[in-house]
Design a protein around this ligand. Structure first.
Ligand code: SF4
Length: 384
């Protein structure tokens, strides 16, 4: 049942491609301009809908940690968000906001299910994006990972590496653009996936970035790189050109600055080469996101993992526009077997929190990293 409220109780506005509706300051829902629910908040309870139409409850823990609970039956929350849009529509006169409210109020939970079906027809499953890019437009120039053998990673086990041709990618951009519609207004940045979009030829990358610029009004572009295949594929000059064409920041899974830990992770990265590579990228203006794996190497390597990783980060001369993510390792079956055979000792959640704090302290006090250092959990990836 739709309730009727006085205009003063309901506030609706559109900002940066997001429609936000608030009732009495205690209930809030937000939508993209195609009416996809983004958030629903009631009192202190915060819910977020993923692009795959799952809903999570978010909680604050201390200053930085957030935990996520998946809601088993999210339909009532989604329906209430849409009801709220309907209630706001009845008391809103501002025509620009009314248009957005009309779209949202006309959507239903079954429309969202159909929307996900369309999403699935456009992509191999989107496994992950960095946390600052949850609201980006994902474009899949490549699928999968060229290496796909790290002991802690199962993200792309379901697919082999493949590359879209120039024509296929061009079609893909247009299809994604058509799918997102006005929802693009809330997703003004592009993430180029999957794990190794930078492992294709410079010619294809140049064409891809030009194409993105033409179709999507020159958005900043982001992508993953790795420290062992990408440096062999692209030069400093190549990255300089890509930066001029819109490549803003790349994300490197450094995981650890300890070569023994990297061996356990089966990441064939030569640290001096990776550090040199990062410095080259920075010299041409490409920003860096560096991901560190909390708990890697277990108890056995705890101290060395922390100190050597902090030193490696210091040598990368990170600064404005760069970011370091501290991400707790999520143990896989393969990694657990290694832990057992090498007697590494697994860190439980509290111990990972302790190690995270050690990283934060050392990076602030001893190694003086000049960019944000942000803990986040891969479990909080809202894509799935
Ligand atoms: S961690 Fe990165 S390089 Fe390793 S398998 Fe996963 S996606 Fe590939």
């Amino acid at each position: 049942m739709t309730m009727t409220y006085a205009a003063s109780e309901v506030i609706s506005k559109v900002s940066n491609g997001v429609l936000a509706v608030s009732l009495d300051g205690v209930e809030m829902a937000s939508f993209d301009l195609e009416g996809r629910v983004l958030y629903y908040v009631i009192g202190s309870l915060i819910y977020r809908r993923s692009i795959y139409n799952h809903v999570y409850r978010l909680e604050s823990r201390g200053k930085e940690e957030r935990i996520v609970q998946k809601i088993e039956n999210p339909s009532p929350l989604i329906e209430r968000a849409y009801e709220l849009a309907g209630e706001a529509l009845e008391v809103t006169n501002d025509s620009s906001v009314r248009n957005a409210l009309q779209v949202a109020a006309g959507r239903t939970t079954s429309w969202l299910c159909e929307d996900v079906r369309k999403l699935n027809s456009l992509y191999s499953r989107i496994s992950i994006v960095p946390p600052d890019l949850y609201f980006s437009t994902y474009l899949q120039l490549t699928t999968g990972c060229t290496w796909n053998l790290c002991t802690f990673c199962t993200l792309y086990k379901d697919r082999t590496f493949s590359i879209k041709s120039r024509e296929q990618f061009s079609q893909h951009i247009r299809a994604v653009k058509g799918y997102l519609g006005k929802g693009l207004d809330a997703r003004r940045r592009v993430f180029l996936g999957d794990a190794n979009a930078m492992d294709v030829s410079q010619k294809l990358l140049r064409q891809a970035l030009l194409n993105i610029g033409q179709e999507l009004e020159d958005p900043p572009v982001y992508s993953f790189i790795d420290g062992f295949t990408t440096p062999k594929n692209l030069t400093r000059m190549d990255f300089g050109e890509l930066h001029d064409l819109g490549l803003e920041r790349v994300y490197l899974g450094l995981e650890s600055g300890n070569p023994e830990v990297l061996k356990i992770l089966n990441k064939p990265m030569h640290l001096p080469e990776a550090k040199e590579f990062v410095n080259q990228l920075k010299s041409v203006g490409v920003k860096l996101g560096v991901i560190i794996l909390i708990g890697a190497g277990g108890h056995k390597y705890w101290q060395d993992h922390v100190s050597m990783t902090c030193s490696a980060l210091e040598e990368m001369n990170l600064g404005q526009g760069d970011i370091v993510y501290l991400s707790p390792l999520v143990e896989t079956e393969t990694y657990n077997k290694l832990t057992e055979s090498l007697h590494l000792g697994t860190l439980h959640d509290k111990q990972k929190e302790k190690q995270t704090q050690e990283f934060l302290d050392q990076l602030k006090e001893t190694h003086r990293i000049n960019c944000p250092v942000v803990p986040y959990s891969i479990r909080e990836s809202f894509l799935s």
